[in-house]
Ligand binder design. Structure first.
Ligand SMILES: [Ca+2]
Ligand SMILES: [Ca+2]
Ligand SMILES: [Ca+2]
Ligand SMILES: [Ca+2]
Length: 411
């Protein structure tokens, strides 16, 4: 008797500490949202290094995110940009000084050193460094640039070691550019084609990622290459969205007038569901934010007085219907990018990143990209999982949660 009473008390306590009103995420599948280690655990380690991915996995990330560009010899490597002076020591390497050049990447003039001008052997001599000056610089010079195969090998090895399934979430970067750099106003022409999609699919296939339930999502800001990928592979695909006024670069090249703002409409989403399984929207398309001018000087107010205008100076507005609109046509929703530092947090969160995760999980997102997987996993687990000290408590709590879940669904 005492034991049962104690269990009921425990169950009640569990219910009261769970923020149930916000806890029960209406994800598309009903499963808990996934945590995607954005460039690894890039809040703690130089981005796109095996150390960064490994830490993300240790912190509980379900997926790790390698952005993918090509070397001169067609090897896919993990970098956010094909210009690599921001994330490697290439600028300090005299043997590569003559590779410095200026190119036009997706309509923008960019000067520096480009992966497509280096062989994989040369890339492997470089060492990664932290991109953001306000993050930890103490790991600079320690790590190589990994190939995509090495990232896959890590995910597979860690899946075995941890008895979890570690997914990979590769992004094709500048796919139109890599199709034929000479065609897109390149000042210094590169090779005829380093098309990303075919070697990517070949690599995924060789590693056993071939089916719709494979632990992989391929993402892209462009549209045409996702449509091509849909014909090349059955693995899940994700359409990324930039700000509403921006355009996919393949649309710019083809003269298609549509913006991302056109793609996020119910009609646009319906079209996306013909070739993709999910969307990866900038998080401000789900919860907008904007600067204010309360002092009427015609300039954005520096609300936190730190001398720069950042997310911290942009109060949140009411959520849009994007999550529901996407779910209505069967699309998963994985917004980006969640970061712990004050400068990335809307003033509404008072410096507490957990509040941002809670808000998005409450809206039913199916996952999110984060530089700080530890924070995301902690919040995700607190709002979606019932602690399981024993089976009997589960018998009491689970049906109660089920009731609450249904009640919430009726709101
Ligand atoms: Ca990315
Ligand atoms: Ca291509
Ligand atoms: Ca002002
Ligand atoms: Ca500020």
């Amino acid at each position: 008797m005492f034991r049962l009473a104690k269990l009921i008390l425990l169950a009640t306590a569990t219910l009261t500490i769970l923020p149930v009103g916000e806890a029960v995420a209406a994800t598309l599948t009903g499963k808990p949202p996934i945590v995607i280690g954005h460039r690894g655990a890039s809040g703690y380690r130089p981005e796109h290094t095996l150390a960064s991915y490994e830490l993300a996995i240790e912190m509980g990330a379900d997926y790790i995110e390698p952005d993918v560009v090509s070397t001169k010899d067609g090897i896919l490597i993990a970098r956010h940009e094909n210009e690599i002076s921001g994330t490697t020591d290439v600028a300090n390497r005299p043997e590569f000084a003559d590779r410095f050049t200026t190119k036009t990447i997706d309509g923008r003039s960019v000067s520096g050193w480009f992966t497509e001008d280096f062989t994989i052997a040369e890339i492997k001599t470089l060492r990664a460094k932290e991109r953001l000056p306000f993050r930890d610089q103490s790991y600079n010079g320690l790590y190589e640039i990994p190939t995509l195969q090495e990232v896959i090998d890590l995910a597979k090895q860690k899946s075995l070691e941890t008895n979890r399934t570690i997914g990979i979430y590769p992004e094709t970067k500048h796919p139109t550019y890599f199709d034929n750099p000479a065609y897109v106003n390149t000042v210094a022409p590169g090779p005829a084609s380093l098309s990303l999609e075919e070697p990517l699919v070949d690599l995924l296939t060789a590693n056993g990622y071939t089916t719709p339930d494979a632990p992989v999502f391929i993402q892209s800001f462009e549209v045409g290459n996702l449509q091509l990928l849909n014909s090349l592979t059955d693995v899940p695909l994700v359409q990324l969205f930039d700000a509403s006024t921006a355009k996919p670069y393949d649309f710019v090249v083809s003269g298609d007038p549509r913006t991302y703002g056109d793609l996020v409409t119910p009609t646009g989403l319906s079209n996306i569901s013909d070739y993709a399984n999910g969307i990866g929207p900038w998080k401000r398309l789900i919860i907008p934010a904007n600067t204010v001018d309360n002092n009427g000087d015609g300039q954005p107010d520096d609300l936190n007085g730190d001398g720069i205008i950042t997310d911290a100076d942009q109060p949140l507005q009411a959520p849009t219907s994007l999550v529901d609109d996407a779910h209505n046509v069967g699309l998963l929703v994985h917004p980006y990018t969640f970061r712990n530092e004050d400068r990335y947090l809307a003033p509404d969160y008072n410096g507490n990143p957990a509040l941002e995760y809670e808000q998005f999980f409450a809206l039913g997102v199916d996952g999110l990209f984060t530089d700080f997987p530890d924070t995301a996993v902690a919040v995700r687990n607190s709002v979606t999982e019932v602690p399981e000290p024993n089976f009997l408590m589960g018998l009491i709590v689970v049906p109660l949660l089920g009731l609450l879940r249904r009640r919430q669904a009726e709101v």
